[in-house]
Design a protein around this ligand. Structure first.
Ligand code: SF4
Ligand code: SF4
Length: 467
């Protein structure tokens, strides 16, 4: 079920991959034929038997479909119950000093007047709750991500929690990895120096295209541009901490990315950038209290290389049916994702390969997002909707939160994906996108063409020795 193949005609070879075991092979064209024959149970020569054994060892050949489906269910069960890592994303504030066109969290209208900011008192309770989680889960790794709003607008809470998390993790022999997802405006060497001793592992900043495009998409209140200051800040800290550059694009801004990549390549810090990663923008319109404007799912950075760990996969779309919005042009965006990956790689930057994407953290029981008031959510993408809260750090019991927790406990859009070969790396797509665009988090948000084109790219990279 999970075998995928790409014929490499110029080499007279076939790239074979199993998305479940992640085995990747370059083989002669008779090997896929042999796999087809194995399916029919025909007789084989001793050499063919040897090849079949090797294929079985790598998961390309299994006893039967039922066994494979059971293995898939076990895999999702293991991801769900994995205690090797505890992941906590803390939204230190929902306030933001930007006024991005597409984002729920920017300084729009009176949003900042009412946006929550975590108090030090609540932060102390978050630390106690974290202590309880560490004692219960006993992970070998604790990944703490600061996000918002703009998390660096609440530095006292960031510093307090980083210090407490460090002490708690150290006392339990767990490795602490701290990530910060910031718009980059307040990212100074002082902030980085303060967090490094506690375990700062990565910072993600956002550039939405070249200077003009970024300044249009991500201005400050008052519409002043932010590009130059963010790049200056990155220049001052890139030698201290791995920086990931993320970018959100839509059909209007995507063409400006090659110019941004050229600009970044010319900077003296280019080789210090850990990776560059683009996402289509999700837009939910019109605004409703349940989905106030539109929001962008987020990527945790620097997860030390586990291929399926923590990658926040997203898709694009809108519910409005407006012809110009991204949701009406999924194929456009799937093609553009591949275009951006190629453009990024061409300039020597690392970027996700587009095949190894999920399951994302919403499928993990021991991954939590904490909002400024201490409410718990299954992932940052749902934190915009209070009714999606799955609990509270003070342990209060409320039936609506328990119902919500139950919903997330049984989440499984992939169960509606039939025999799709990409289930292990896609898991049915982003549940936030399904919820926002399709009104049902258990309906897959399918971007199969994006996986297929990324697979072709991966095959050629492997064949050329670049991957
Ligand atoms: S459901 Fe979507 S937003 Fe949430 S962690 Fe997964 S990919 Fe990210
Ligand atoms: S959402 Fe699409 S690509 Fe993903 S597993 Fe389901 S059918 Fe496959």
């Amino acid at each position: 079920m999970f075998n995928v193949q790409v014929p490499l005609r110029d080499k007279d070879e076939v790239f074979l991959m199993n998305t479940f075991t992640d085995a990747q092979l370059l083989v002669s064209p008779d090997v896929p034929e042999l796999l087809d024959r194995a399916d029919k149970g025909l007789a084989f020569t001793p050499e063919e038997c040897e090849t079949l054994e090797m294929l079985a060892e790598n998961g390309f050949l299994v006893q039967n479909r039922a066994e494979e489906r059971q293995a898939l269910a076990n895999f999702f069960g293991e991801v769900r119950e994995d205690r090797d890592q505890l992941r906590v994303t803390v939204l230190t504030t929902l306030q933001c000093n930007f006024a991005c066109d597409y984002c729920i969290q920017g300084d729009h209208d009176d949003h900042n007047l009412f946006a929550n900011k975590m108090s030090l008192e609540t932060a102390a309770k978050v630390a106690s709750w974290i202590e309880g989680r560490l004692d219960e889960v006993r992970p070998s790794r604790f990944v703490l991500t600061f996000f918002g709003g703009e998390p660096l607008l609440n530095l006292p809470v960031v510093y307090f929690l980083a210090e407490r998390a460090h002490a708690l993790a150290e006392a339990r022999g767990a490795q602490l990895l701290i990530n910060v997802i910031t718009n980059g405006l307040l990212l100074t060497p002082e902030v980085v120096d303060r967090l490094l001793p506690f375990g700062l592992a990565g910072v993600k900043v956002t550039l939405d295209g070249d200077k003009d495009t970024h300044n249009r998409m991500r201005p400050m209140r008052g519409r002043q541009g932010t590009f130059d200051r963010i790049v200056d800040n990155v220049r001052r800290v890139a030698h201290k901490v791995p920086i990931t550059v993320g970018g959100n694009f839509d059909e209007d801004s995507v063409e400006s990315y090659p110019a941004l990549l050229d600009y970044l390549r010319e900077q003296e810090f280019a080789d210090k950038l850990a990776r560059i990663n683009f996402k289509p923008i999700i837009r939910t319109e019109p605004a409703t209290p349940a989905a106030p404007k539109g929001f962008i799912p987020l990527t945790a950075v620097s997860d030390s290389g586990k291929p399926l760990g923590g990658a926040c996969m997203t898709t694009a779309g809108a519910g409005s049916g407006k012809p110009a919005s991204a949701c009406d042009s999924c194929h456009f965006l799937d093609t553009k994702m591949e275009f951006l990956r190629e453009e990024t790689r061409k300039r020597g930057f690392k970027t996700p390969d587009g095949v190894h994407m999920g399951p994302c953290e919403i499928h993990r029981r021991h991954a939590h997002t904490v909002s400024p008031d201490g409410s718990l959510f299954a992932c940052p993408g749902f934190a915009a909707e209070a009714t999606q809260s799955t609990g509270h750090i003070d342990g209060r019991h409320e039936s609506w939160r328990a119902d919500s927790a139950q919903r997330f406990d049984t989440l499984g859009a992939y169960k509606n994906c039939g025999d799709c070969s990409f289930i292990p790396v896609c898991a049915g797509g982003c549940s936030v996108a399904s919820h926002a665009e399709l009104g049902d988090m258990n309906t897959p948000t399918c971007h199969k063409p994006s996986f297929e084109s990324a697979l072709i790219s991966l095959a050629h990279s492997v064949a050329s020795g670049a991957a």
